[in-house]
Design a protein around this ligand. Structure first.
Ligand code: NAD
Length: 476
């Protein structure tokens, strides 16, 4: 057992009810275990964050920025170790684990810059009315609970921690029980940098620990990334106390390919959009809309490209795609293969689990999928692509928007005017044109409709942890 919880600046053993197994998904075997934090320990963590708030709130912008730069630097120094752990616990191929690490470093560096600019944002407000002056103060929201999933643990936590600390909030982070080790690095770095005790607390655990945090009456805000079902429970807890939430939830995103595309280039974007992180991305473009004129040329090439992908253990083989990260996810994806068979869907590639140790599935392509199929409408969270054809731009937009989710989309066309027009018409939070899913820290992340509430990254990510105050003075 390890000292897995960081509360009030100290590492402590869990006293909760759940024992958490940490697995290597490529072997389907555990390599570590820890005890979850108890409800009382969650309470201690929230209280520690509350006690640390007044001093951290008062810390200068420069002080906060220096700590954030320290996080970026220390992550960089631990690069190899953190990449290896993501490969082992998440099953990520090396190049993907590297990008995650770089993304986390860039996030801390970016919010260090924004923290430094904070004093300029606290400024006088010109008033039309005579006799009064007014000034703005951007204050930290307060004590924030951060609950995250397992698919991009280092990154998702960085997207919350860095802006929250930059704004002057104190936090309690609850990582996913599937990947509870990687974010311990944030506590270790806090220790090393001498971050004041209680500013950053980490409690590990399953649903019981998450629910104890999200319903705790000592929080001022909860920021959650995860599934829609848990997101709605988190929102219910927040509504009971009328406090704000940010929710980053699921998706069922479209990739729209027009006739004028280069087939090989389009195949590359489509494959990346569904097989990166073995398709375990909220932003997976799992609905392919392909225009009639290119479909017959594109679909066989896509089939070939998916079948050619090297699937295997990232720690021992050169791979394009690793295993699914948990057995539960593997069973879930397998259940969709069964549903596809029951629905009589036409399978061009994959559609099966791999006959080897670990939690592997083949990259999968179903075509002519009916729009009421469960595979077309539900988030699967695996490398499972469903395709349909369209003939006009209007049809493509209508089909892409016909979803209860609205996270992202990709548009592929050499007619850039059309691509921009379609991007504007899509009901989502982020659109890529002729690109893989490049995410930059300066742009926003978040969805419309059932994909959530609020935005992360960019200045919007910082605003999510700020409260606007105005001070108006009568000059008379
Ligand atoms: P999940 O909802 O099962 O778990 C997310 C977190 O919530 C975990 O830390 C979990 O322990 C905790 N939790 C579980 N029950 C809880 C409860 N009752 N109260 C409070 N917390 C609880 O999600 P997951 O399986 O870890 O992640 C996959 C989901 O996350 C997918 O739906 C995916 O689309 C979504 N996701 C969204 C984004 C985004 O930015 N929109 C990013 C990554 C993942």
């Amino acid at each position: 057992m390890t000292m897995s919880h960081y509360i009030a600046g100290r590492w402590v053993e869990g006293q909760g009810n759940d024992c958490i197994s940490v697995n290597d998904p490529a072997l389907g075997l555990p390599f570590a275990e820890l005890m979850a934090a108890s409800v009382a320990q969650v309470d201690q963590a929230v209280n520690a964050a509350r006690q640390a708030l007044p001093e951290w709130k008062k810390a200068s912008a420069g002080t906060r920025a220096a700590f954030l730069r320290g996080f970026a630097e220390q992550l960089g120094l631990r690069r190899e170790e953190l990449i290896a752990l993501q490969m082992r616990n998440n099953g990520k191929p090396r190049h993907e684990a590297e990008i995650d690490l770089d993304d986390a470093v860039a996030t801390f560096a970016y919010y260090a810059d924004l923290a430094e600019q904070l004093p300029e944002k606290n400024r006088d407000v010109p008033l039309a009315a005579p006799g009064f002056s007014a000034r703005t103060r951007l204050e930290p929201v307060g004590v924030v609970g951060l609950i995250v999933p397992w698919n991009f643990p280092l990154v998702t936590s960085a997207w919350k921690l860095a802006p929250a600390l930059a704004a002057g909030c104190t936090v309690v982070l609850k990582p996913s029980e599937v990947t509870p080790l990687i974010e311990q690095a944030y506590g270790q770095i806090a220790d090393k940098l001498g971050l004041p005790a209680g500013v950053l607390n980490i409690v590990n655990g399953k649903a019981e620990t998450g629910a104890a945090l999200s319903s705790h009456n000592g929080l001022d805000k909860l920021s959650f990334t995860g599934s829609n079902s848990v997101g709605s429970q988190v929102m219910r807890s927040a509504s009971a106390q009328c406090r704000p939430v940010t929710l980053e939830l699921g998706g069922k995103s479209a990739i729209v390919v027009f006739d004028d595309c280069d087939v090989d280039q389009a195949v590359e974007w489509i494959v990346a959009g569904i097989t990166w992180n073995a398709g375990q991305m909220c932003s997976a473009t799992s609905r392919l809309l392909v225009q009639d004129g290119i479909a017959d040329a594109l679909l066989p090439r896509l089939q070939q490209a998916l079948e050619n992908l090297r699937v295997g253990n990232p720690l021992t083989e050169e791979v394009d795609m690793g295993p699914l990260t948990s057995q539960a996810q593997w069973l879930k994806v397998a259940s969709y293969f069964a549903t596809a068979r029951e629905e009589g869907l036409e399978c061009l590639a994959g559609g099966k689990t791999l006959d080897r140790d670990g939690w592997f599935v083949s990259p999968t392509l179903y075509i002519e999928v009916p729009e009421d199929s469960r595979l077309w409408t539900e988030e699967i969270f695996g490398p499972v692509l469903c395709a349909r054809r369209f003939s006009t731009e209007e049809q493509a937009i209508a089909q892409a928007n016909d979803s209860r989710f609205g996270l992202v989309a990709t548009v592929c066309s050499t007619d850039l005017e059309r691509a921009e027009r379609v991007a504007d018409a899509l009901e989502v939070g982020h659109v890529w044109i002729n690109s893989v899913q490049a995410v930059f820290v300066e742009t926003s992340w978040g969805g419309t409709k059932g994909s959530g509430i609020g935005r992360e990254l960019g200045p919007w990510g910082l605003s999510a942890y700020q409260s606007v105050k105005h001070v108006t003075r009568c000059l008379g």
